[in-house]
Design a protein around this ligand. Structure first.
Ligand code: ZN
Length: 399
């Protein structure tokens, strides 16, 4: 009997020592530093690269050679959302928030691999790279209301997509510039943008009316290099893309945008909107908000737009007026935040021109809006609300 026990014990150790997990981030948007793997636990943190201070974007693939529960421990605080993390078992096509039982604490989650050599991807929130955009935009390629070209090339030579959407058979009477991913890690903006674009092209009376009068320029990935490389992008040194609108631009995309927007808007009324995501979690970061502009005329327009957005909202993303507008001078929204350079919204508001109707930053959370879970579908549904509100705003401002 004793011999048998020893045999099984030896077998168990041997079995356990064969369990192996490999971690990598060698794909678009990938980002991780694995510090160590001890026993059944992987210790990891985000690769900050050229980021000043801490940030929280990470996205990796794990392959377990056998069915087994592994633990993933963040070695830095505040790199998991209040829902933990997302996972995908299909190579990153569809993402789900992990079940509550697997979100063990603020810095720890587990995952049970069910097949040998199963590859599972994990990330802070559902990643979105050029491949996602291509999949989304392909069905619209022959639509005559959309022109797909490039803003130019990024600093590392990647094409940076530019969409123009309008009824091109008649000249527009107003223009809208919409940007996403000035901060590479802020992927939720692209799901909102998908909702905006699909609604714009949905053929409803209100959208057709908007497109008959307005031309939109949409840049889905302002920091294309950062998105594909898996950078944080936020607080990039020496300054990030959204601090690159004063003095000489150091990024090709912001430089080009500053060159072409004044001519493109001509002397027409226009609106500029920069889509962002806030900090990872907690009070002030788990609701949708508009960042109040220092320019009183622009601020007034932002407040009006917030009112319309609140009234137009049909999706399950809750909005509250007291949170939806963050006044200039409150929280982080102060002059001190712009010492490294101007953001898009400040630059656009500086056009000394009555045609500048509104410029704004919109913050949309990664995981939770109040107590409601954010998913790609819900972000798209919010995008639909957003563009209907913007259509109503334009109708009011440019009757
Ligand atoms: Zn941002």
């Amino acid at each position: 009997m004793k011999i048998i026990k020893t045999f099984f014990a030896a077998l168990f150790i041997s079995y356990s020592s064969l369990a192996q997990i490999t971690i990598d981030a060698k794909f678009a948007g990938g980002n991780v530093i694995v510090e160590q793997i001890v026993g059944d636990t992987v210790y990891f943190k985000p690769d900050l690269r050229d980021t000043e201070g801490e940030w929280f974007y990470w996205y990796f693939r794990a392959i377990s050679n056998e069915p087994k529960t592994w633990f993933f421990k963040a070695t830095k605080p505040n790199i998991l959302t209040n829902l933990g993390a997302v996972y995908a078992t299909d190579g990153g096509l569809t993402w789900q928030w992990m079940p509550k039982e697997q979100h063990l604490n603020a810095n720890l989650f587990s995952f049970t691999f069910t097949e040998p050599d199963q590859a599972v991807r994990f990330a802070l929130a559902p990643p979105y790279t050029q491949a996602n955009f291509e999949k989304f935009i392909t069905p619209y390629q022959d639509d005559e209301r959309i022109e797909i070209s490039t803003l130019g090339q990024s600093n590392q030579g990647r094409d940076v997509e530019k969409l123009l959407i309008s009824h091109f058979d008649q000249p527009p009477t107003s223009k809208i510039v919409l940007l996403a991913r000035a901060h590479a890690c802020e992927m939720m903006s692209n799901y909102v943008l998908e909702g905006i674009v699909s609604t714009l092209l949905s053929g409803t009376t209100k959208m057709e009316k908007l497109l008959a009068q307005t031309e939109l320029m949409i840049i889905p990935f302002l920091d294309k290099d950062g998105v594909e490389n898996g950078d944080q992008g936020k607080n990039r040194l020496p300054r990030d893309h959204n601090r690159d609108y004063r003095g000489e631009s150091i990024y090709a995309t912001t430089k080009t945008l500053r060159e072409i927007v004044p001519g493109w808007t001509e002397d027409l009324p226009w609106v500029g909107i920069d889509l962002h995501n806030p900090w990872v979690k907690g009070e002030g970061h788990e609701w949708v908000y508009i960042v109040g502009n220092a320019n009183p005329k622009v601020e007034k327009a932002q407040k009006r737009f917030a009112e319309i957005l609140l009234a137009e909202a049909r999706s399950s993303i809750p909005l509250k007026m007291q949170d939806l507008f963050m006044a200039y001078g409150s929280s982080w929204n102060t002059g001190g935040n712009y010492e490294k350079g101007w953001p898009f919204s400040k630059w656009a508001a500086s056009f000394a021109n009555e045609n500048m109707l509104m410029s704004t930053t919109l913050e949309f959370p990664y995981a939770l809006v109040y107590d409601k879970v954010v998913t790609p579908e819900k972000a798209r549904a919010f995008g639909k609300d957003f563009i209907y509100a913007l259509a109503a705003f334009m109708e009011e401002q440019v009757p």
